[in-house]
Write a protein that binds this ligand. Sequence first.
Ligand code: ADP
Ligand code: AMP
Length: 217
Amino acid sequence: MNIIFMGPPGAGKGTQAERIVQQFNIPHISTGDAFRAAMSQETALGLEAKKYVNQGLLVPDEITIGIVNERLKQNDCAEGFLLDGFPRTISQADALATILAQDGKQISFVINLKVNRNLLLDRLTGRRICKSCGATFHLVFNPTTVPGVCDKCSGELYQRADDTVEKVGTRLDEYEKWTSPLLEYYSAKGTLKEVNGELEIEVVTKQIDEILRGPAE
Ligand code: ADP
Ligand code: AMP
């Protein structure tokens, strides 16, 4: 099953992806995670990506498409994958379709997590991520048992540099300008499924699960 999670920054894509990939045993491919890993290792890619990521701007298409192209060639993607945060532009979506078509594949589902813009600021500024395992939490909406300590691996939590009030505005504007047209793009292809991302985390997971598994007999 080849899945795309769409939705604005803070919609819950990463949170739901962590849960869904366990159930379907497919890799979670997050371009944002890939850029952050390259940035922390200070690779050439990381230094280039940093110019855009830290301003809340999209990284240029050719760089981003190259990363996904390489990642999708790996063996663990043979039986399916979950893309989180890619594609974010029409050019990226066209490139993805071409990459998949070369292997006779296509996208099975595009899940759009719908969340009102006024909820996103609180979600993003309160987001905390584990330095060790990458798990996502929230100070209020999904707190850890011990503040600052990951529930899953006891790692230390940190706040993303782009999860500040100033950067969030730019990121949401980038989403509206470049990414929201993809909803029409995938709707026209018949692969788009809308999910209410404002509900509780478990409820959202259940809705996605039902879409991916199809209606119960
Ligand atoms: P995205 O990957 O779409 O940017 P995340 O999954 O990182 O979004 O979620 C953003 C923040 O909102 C995180 O702190 C997460 O814990 C929290 N969150 C995710 N889903 C929900 C939800 N359904 N209700 C409340 N908070 C949520
Ligand atoms: P995310 O973790 O998905 O919120 O992404 C964090 C940042 O990485 C974004 O604000 C962009 O700067 C960059 N990024 C992630 N995915 C893409 C993409 N598909 N295209 C361009 N930039 C991206």
